[in-house]
Design a binder for this molecule. Structure first.
Ligand SMILES: Nc1ncnc2c1ncn2[C@@H]1O[C@H](COP(=O)(O)OP(=O)(O)O)[C@@H](O)[C@H]1O
Ligand SMILES: [Mg+2]
Length: 259
């Protein structure tokens, strides 16, 4: 679904990504981790075709996004749901209008029909529609806002891929768990290729089978959780060090879950 081949990218003179390659299959789920400033969000911007690499290729669903005209790029973007770090909801619109925004703007569906679909979607993302549909985003907790944002991208595009940029940042442990469960459910039930970008590794460990660590624009690691635990790569060890204790605890719990 997503293929990144020998991609190098710089903002002006400043190299950000250095010859990175990885691909994500159509029902695969990958966590991309790395220190702040290592180039994680830039990778998502490249996949969306918001930037083009100086060298290398980015293919989404078989098409090299940088070779396309703006209109065709937009068609590709319709296949990709993007959830930004802050949820990026429209403050002045109610929750249901946020979720139904794309349908209200781009289809002939009546307000009633969109409302019905928005209510269904709110239920799907685990929210009580009756309770919150007429509220404003600011009246919801951070975790609920994040789920509304996920619901909105699902209802806009019926995506084949979902990109999440730091989806659990700023959330309490319970909301973090709820959001991650939702991401995993989407990946499993709808077979959506999934990339979760995060610097909070302990949150993301639970649900993906594959992990990529980016350090200073290079891929320092690409593999399973067990391989990550045993990695001797110095950049990886340094990145993991602050998390080591909680990481080991999560690992224990995960192995326990697997068995
Ligand atoms: N629009 C931009 N122009 C110039 N430099 C940028 C821009 N966006 C990000 N950067 C720089 O690129 C590097 C990588 O940023 P980013 O991909 O956001 O990292 P991450 O998401 O891993 O924290 C950082 O050094 C950042 O300052
Ligand atoms: Mg970022």
């Amino acid at each position: 679904m997503i293929e990144i081949k020998n991609v190098s990218f710089a903002y002006g003179e400043q190299p950000i990504l250095k010859n990175i390659s990885f691909s994500v299959g159509s029902s695969e789920s990958v966590v991309v981790m790395g220190p702040s400033g290592s180039g994680k969000s830039t990778i998502l911007r490249l996949i969306l075709g918001l930037e083009c690499p100086q060298s290398g290729e980015i293919c989404v669903d078989g098409q090299n996004i940088c070779h396309l005209k703006e209109k065709q790029k937009q068609d590709i973007r319709k296949k990709i749901g993007m959830v930004f770090q802050d949820g990026a909801l429209f403050d002045s619109m109610s929750v249901w209008e946020n979720v139904g925004f794309y349908l209200l703007e781009h289809t002939d569906l009546s307000i009633d029909e969109v409302g019905k679909k928005a209510v269904e979607m709110l239920g799907f993302v685990g929210l009580d529609a009756n309770e919150i549909m007429d509220k404003l985003p600011e009246q919801l907790s951070g975790g609920m806002q994040r789920r509304v944002a996920i619901g909105r991208s699902l209802l806009s595009t019926a995506p084949k891929a979902m990109l999440y940029d730091e989806p659990t940042t700023g959330l309490d442990p319970q909301s973090t768990e709820n959001v991650l469960e939702l991401i995993a459910k989407l990946n499993n039930e709808r077979q959506i290729a999934t990339i979760v970008v995060t610097h909070q590794i302990t949150d993301a460990i639970g649900f993906a089978k594959r992990f990529i660590v980016i350090v200073e624009g290079e891929i320092a690691f690409d593999g399973t959780l067990e391989e990550l635990r045993d990695s001797k790569n110095l950049d990886v060890l340094q990145f993991l060090a602050p998390f080591r204790l909680s990481f080991n605890e999560v690992l224990k719990k995960e192995f326990f879950n697997y068995t």
